[in-house]
Design a protein around this ligand. Structure first.
Ligand code: PLP
Length: 394
């Protein structure tokens, strides 16, 4: 199919054929025994994918923003203090959302492309009674990854609940909920989970559920209220039927297939593959003479890359040419630098072939925009970096 394009944006991503065929299967009743089995299995598998031994999974129809909304609605009461570690657009969104539920939000920020240091976060935590510490694992507007392990340890030390926006990370970046002391992690189906858009996925650990049960005021969002969904999730996991709102039947079928694939690959292997592919992308971009939004190498995510345009190249000139070469990429998102960079998603079942095709299309786009570089250099550097990264132990 000559018109086929590879979708390499930070969600939605390319989906596996078995996932898509589950989506296209005849829709059953949400009470059909085989659907109950699939839903129950998906809930169990979610716990494994989030590396949570004792979390309560929620699968809701909605996007990633709904997953964020459920965390805010169920954990915040008016007047609660929240500390947001802001690394871009999605930190801004989380702060605004939490304020809607009456939180008093304090934000620690860094320059665009940077991230607040653990010392800065600790200074903010010290002497304040925060109920929540909110962290974006990978901010999709900057491609910056935070050190969730270190920040969650600080949250534990100062007695806050640790909430992680893992929408661009879960099942791609290393995230160990139980081991690292993360209380809530959330994502959406269309990112590294590998299912078309439409599901909000939330894992709430025991401390989060305890804080929810200890609320003094009712949850100010009817659809998102865990009181409504908890009996449903428990029932399906026990292979029983219960109803609050109709589940997205086909998406849940597809989710169960994708979670099965993720577990078959193994999470450690999956994290290592994402690291190796990311190092290939970064090497390819660097040799083409492009900088990146993350200010330091160790701030760069493994699920996506945010390269800066070289002088003279614009999104309007570049992106359609990359698309004509067969690959769809995304433009900028962070309002302060929107026109200065573009974004490549490389999560889910992305393989080396996809990365080389993407770099080839980027080279075609850059060349036709008049940027000078040795043709093929990006592809070659990516190939070399991938083999080096894959031959090293994680
Ligand atoms: C995509 C994304 C979201 C929002 O998810 P939607 O499904 O678009 O609502 C939130 N946070 C991060 C980090 C994301 O990458």
């Amino acid at each position: 199919m000559k018109d086929r394009k590879l979708l390499m944006i930070p969600g939605p991503i390319e989906f596996e054929p078995a996932v898509l065929s589950a989506l296209g299967a005849p829709t059953t009743s949400h009470t059909a025994p085989d659907f109950v089995e699939a839903f129950g299995q998906a809930l169990e598998r979610m716990r494994q994918v989030f590396l949570s031994t004792d979390g309560q999974p929620f699968i809701l129809a909605g996007s990633g923003t709904l997953a964020m909304d459920t965390a805010g609605a169920n954990l915040v009461e008016p007047g609660d203090r929240v500390l947001v570690v802001n690394t871009g657009y999605f930190g801004d969104r989380f702060a605004a959302l939490l304020e809607r539920y009456g939180a008093q939000v304090t934000q620690v920020r860094a320059a665009v492309g940077g991230r607040p240091s653990p010392e800065t976060v600790e200074d903010a935590l010290r002497g304040n009674q925060y109920k929540l510490l909110v962290i974006t694992h990978v901010d999709t507007s900057t491609g910056v990854i935070t050190d969730v392990r270190a920040l969650a340890a600080l949250g534990r030390k100062y007695g806050t609940l640790v909430v992680v926006d893992g929408v661009c990370s879960v099942a791609g970046e290393e995230l160990r909920m139980s081991e690292w002391g993360v209380d809530v992690a959330l994502t959406a189906s269309q990112k590294a989970i590998g299912v078309p858009p439409g599901l909000a996925l939330v894992m709430a650990g025991p401390r989060a559920m305890e804080a929810f049960r200890a609320r003094r005021s009712p949850v100010a969002n009817y659809y998102a209220d865990w009181s409504n969904w908890l009996p449903i999730m428990r029932a399906y996991e026990a292979r029983q039927v219960a109803y609050f709102g109709t589940p997205a039947v086909n998406l849940v079928w597809a989710l169960n297939v994708s979670l099965g694939q993720i577990l078959a690959e193994g999470l450690d292997a999956r994290f290592a593959r994402h690291r190796a592919l990311a190092s290939a992308v970064r090497a390819g971009i660097a040799v083409l003479g492009l900088g990146q939004v993350p200010l330091e190498g160790q701030f760069a995510a493994n699920t996506m890359t945010a390269p800066r345009f070289p002088p003279g190249v614009t999104a309007a000139g570049f992106l359609p040419r990359v698309s004509a070469a067969g690959v769809t990429l995304a433009g900028g998102l962070h309002p302060a630098i929107k026109s200065e960079y573009f974004r490549i998603g490389h999560m889910g079942s992305t393989n080396l072939g996809d990365i080389l095709a993407t770099l080839g299309a980027i080279e075609a786009g850059l060349a036709s925009c008049g940027h000078a570089f040795p043709l093929g250099a990006g592809v070659a550097a990516a190939q070399a970096a991938f083999y080096e990264a894959s031959s090293q132990p994680a």
